[in-house]
Design a protein around this ligand. Sequence first.
Ligand code: CA
Ligand code: CA
Length: 178
Amino acid sequence: MLGALLVASPAQAAAPAKTCVINLSAGNTMTCHTTFTKAVAAATGGYITDAPDTAGKALTDRSFQGRLNETEKVKSHQATTAQAATVLSIDYDGTGTGGTSFIWSGDNGCTATSTDVDYFVNSMPSGWNDRVSSNLTYANCWVNYWEHNNHTGSSTGYAGSRNNLGVMNNQASSERWS
Ligand SMILES: [Ca+2]
Ligand SMILES: [Ca+2]
């Protein structure tokens, strides 16, 4: 058994990096995709199918950033049709929105006030505990990161996009969106 496990390890290491998406309005369902383009298509319910192929290029593509923020408005005018999901935020492993990313989506954007909780997770997805180092926020959402599960320990406070989580770098174990 041990030998089989050791043989399997190099193959796993060679697998392409994936971008995963969690829909916080659909029971925290997670899907993982081979490219950032496919992940964004999933996160927007098929509304944006031509996102750049990497999260790094997406960051410098101003029209793409604008369209992500439009998904909420589009949805509000199509209430009777199948709802497009809205991208709430993207977490990045690296500072300066570098490295592997993780996309959070939901049925609606965030409300105008940051005194309520619009979405939350009590723990991070597999592989993302103590890893987030920067983020981008959309759809009127601000994010608060906590040091431990269930929103305990130190926290960053609510804010929009951040290039560096500072002392909370590689510490986040739960999040809320408001
Ligand atoms: Ca990190
Ligand atoms: Ca932690």
